[in-house]
Design a protein around this ligand. Structure first.
Ligand code: DGT
Ligand code: MG
Length: 452
């Protein structure tokens, strides 16, 4: 039926966390347009003001949960969070097939340069604006050769610039699962009961991600302390670490009732974590066993995506529903590591000093069998695990709405560490994600339904 979306629009709940939002949906042409405008706002608006970007994001979220395509502006009557600006864009696309504003954004060279710079690890909107508007830079080469950019103080930025080619390439699902297994294997040598879960976009069903978010825990409270330090030490001694920063836990019980700092990326938490870049054999994604399945899935995926614009990646697509890989595959990883262990030079000790950009560029451009990938390792104690899992699974928008809902509707404070009942002045424990939703009086949503 032509206007089936119309009936649906009236039924959409106010909070994103009350809806089921799948990764793929029926109105991607509209949400892509809104994302482009959101992105522009994010790049150009002044620091600390996410309100415009947020408005476009919320409008897109409302469209994402519709199971029918919108064919006329009447169809979205009653749909929550569609502001005037978003409505105009939607209306124009429905009537003319395109939005002048989106076309302008696509042709805005200055904006596109800023966007490209923002894909560098360590570069945010203000740096990107400065590089384009003040320093007149256009390419990574320009950045490398710019005398006024020498990120001596910020190692992260130096690595981000030097390894941009590696890091801009998204991580595939198979690689993410293998990275999990590599990390898990190292942890098992320290403590057999440690758990490691892939969270972030991959847990919500995405095939690609900009990083791998691993949530580490231990069933016995307290036994997780000290693990991260030892893990990093082990990974480093195997030559698997390129660069990273350790953050100590800053959590204390009082924080449960306090608001955490809001950033463009979401709310910051206080877990002990390691944020960095790891080195993996380039062939991690394409061992012979996988290539048959990969090819099949590539075809399937292309079929599904037919007619849509799509960023082509030169490594293969893979669909794996299982979190754990078979022992045959494990053997192959081990072999591929042994084989390439000689090429894992320079060894950690001889890595260039982090401040030297030209040294890092030399390393990045050298013949090497490894590629660099962004990895986050987060440690959560058992008592906070369920909340940490919800928080690190995302999406950011889903978290935001959960927290807003908890605060406004239940007078409760939700963070990645726990839930605090403001009226009764006490924390509420939960031992699973299902329980978290139950306490919040919300229908449980699988991670795949949290893609708002
Ligand atoms: P991606 O990696 O581009 O495919 O997208 P995501 O959804 O994996 O996003 P990512 O990796 O930036 O973050 C994963 C989730 O973890 C996201 O839903 C928000 C959450 N998260 C990220 N950083 C922090 C943080 O510092 N504190 C808290 N509480 N959550 C965070
Ligand atoms: Mg991620």
């Amino acid at each position: 039926e032509l206007h089936a979306a119309k009936e649906e629009s009236k039924l959409v709940s106010k909070y994103e966390c009350q809806r089921s939002t799948p990764l793929h949906h029926q109105n991607e042409n509209l949400t892509d347009a809104l994302s482009a405008v959101e992105e522009e706002a994010e790049i150009l608006d002044r620091k600390e003001d996410y309100s415009r970007a947020l408005a476009f994001c919320k409008a897109a979220c409302s469209l994402k949960c519709l199971t029918k395509p919108v064919s006329s502006i009447q169809d979205i009557k009653g749909l929550p969070n569609i502001g005037d600006h978003s409505r105009d864009i939607i209306k124009e696309i429905l009537e003319n097939g395109f939005s002048r504003e989106v076309e302008r954004i696509k042709n805005d060279h200055s904006l596109q340069k800023k966007k490209m710079f923002m894909s560098i690890y360590g570069v945010g909107p203000s740096t990107a604006r400065k590089w384009v508007d003040v320093l007149q830079l256009a390419t990574i080469e320009d950045v490398i050769n710019c005398p006024s950019i020498n990120p001596r103080k910020e190692a992260r930025l130096a690595y981000g610039i030097a390894f941009h080619e590696d890091l801009k390439q998204q991580v595939g699902r198979t690689t993410a699962m293998r990275i999990r297994d590599i990390v898990h294997n190292e942890l098992k040598t320290l403590d057999g009961e440690v758990t490691v879960e892939v969270t972030g976009g991959f847990r919500r069903g995405k095939q690609f991600g900009h990083d791998v978010d691993l949530l580490i825990s231990h069933p016995v409270e307290g036994r997780e302390t000290g693990l991260l330090q030892k893990l990093i030490h082990r990974l480093n001694s195997k030559g698997l670490i390129l660069h990273g920063v350790m953050e100590e836990s800053t959590f204390s019980e009082e924080m449960l009732s306090k608001s955490s700092k809001l950033t463009p990326k979401g709310q910051l938490d206080h877990f002990e974590k390691w944020i960095g870049i790891m080195k993996f054999p380039k062939n991690l994604e394409t061992t012979p066993q996988d290539s048959v399945r990969d090819r099949k899935e590539t075809i399937k995926d292309e079929f599904k995506e037919e007619g849509k614009k799509r960023i082509k990646l030169d490594h293969s697509l893979t669909v794996t529903d299982h979190n754990h890989i078979g022992s045959g595959l494990q053997e192959q990883i081990n072999k591929s590591f042994q084989k390439s262990s000689t090429s894992y030079s320079p060894s950690p000790a001889s890595l260039p000093s982090s401040s030297d950009l030209s040294e890092l560029v030399k390393l990045a451009q050298s013949e090497r069998e490894w590629r660099a990938s962004r990895v986050d390792l987060i440690i959560a104690p058992a008592s906070q695990y369920a909340y940490a899992l919800v928080g690190w699974t995302g999406s950011k928008m889903f978290n935001r709405s959960l927290r807003l809902y908890a605060q406004r509707e239940l007078d409760m404070k939700l963070t990645s560490h726990g839930l605090f009942d403001m009226k009764q002045r006490k924390p509420i424990q939960a031992s699973s994600e299902q329980e978290v939703f139950e306490i919040l009086k919300l229908q449980y949503r699988d991670p795949e339904e949290r893609n708002c």
